[in-house]
Design a protein around this ligand. Structure first.
Ligand SMILES: CC(C)(COP(=O)(O)OP(=O)(O)OC[C@H]1O[C@@H](n2cnc3c(N)ncnc32)[C@H](O)[C@@H]1OP(=O)(O)O)[C@@H](O)C(=O)NCCC(=O)NCCS
Length: 148
């Protein structure tokens, strides 16, 4: 069997329910908001962009980003791969696609913040080339960045 091709696709009236049903493992629930909450929040932040992550024709995850105030940095606001589809390289491919598209939108820097903890995404992001800035948000989230 060939390796599935990962793509980022717009969510439609037909697909929104399936995307809202994608979930991480229960032990990972503190690391990312439910997709339904993210999609609701995006409707109050008109600069936010959200996409479903597909592996071939199968919905496997969710990604959402927004510009930082400086206009040159893009903040990875939400990112998850459904628990049944983790560990197959889809997260790496999806981040790669997202990063690849940023320079042509004028971004110079990709940023994110993560909740520290066992089983959290820190090591995953390091492996994708992000570095710790040393900054911690008031809510305890740690900041990482990647120059594009
Ligand atoms: C983090 C997450 C998106 C990774 O997605 P994934 O599809 O399982 O990751 P991949 O299969 O693409 O893994 C790519 C590499 O990262 C490693 N990796 C994945 N998750 C990891 C973790 N939590 N800790 C350490 N390494 C991890 C894999 O072993 C793999 O390594 P390799 O290249 O040496 O084989 C996924 O675990 C997830 O949705 N977590 C819960 C939600 C979350 O934490 N989101 C981030 C919010 S800031």
């Amino acid at each position: 069997m060939s390796t599935p091709i990962v793509s980022l696709r717009e969510i439609t009236a037909e697909t929104v329910r399936v995307i809202c049903e994608l979930e991480p493992h229960e032990a990972q629930s503190g690391f990312v908001a439910p997709n339904a909450v993210s999609i609701a929040q995006a409707h109050f932040n008109l600069a936010a962009v959200f996409r479903a992550i597909y592996a071939d024709e199968e919905p496997v995850g969710f990604i959402m980003w927004r510009p930082e105030d400086d206009g040159a940095s893009c903040f990875l606001w939400r990112f998850m791969i459904d628990r049944r589809h983790q560990g197959k390289g889809y997260g790496r491919d999806a981040i790669g696609l997202w990063l690849e598209g940023l320079p042509q939108q004028g971004y110079k820097l990709a940023t994110l913040s993560y909740v520290p903890g066992n089983g959290g995404p820190h090591a995953f992001y390091l492996a994708q080339g992000f570095r710790d800035t040393g900054e911690t948000h008031a809510n305890g989230e740690r900041v990482m960045e990647l120059a594009l």
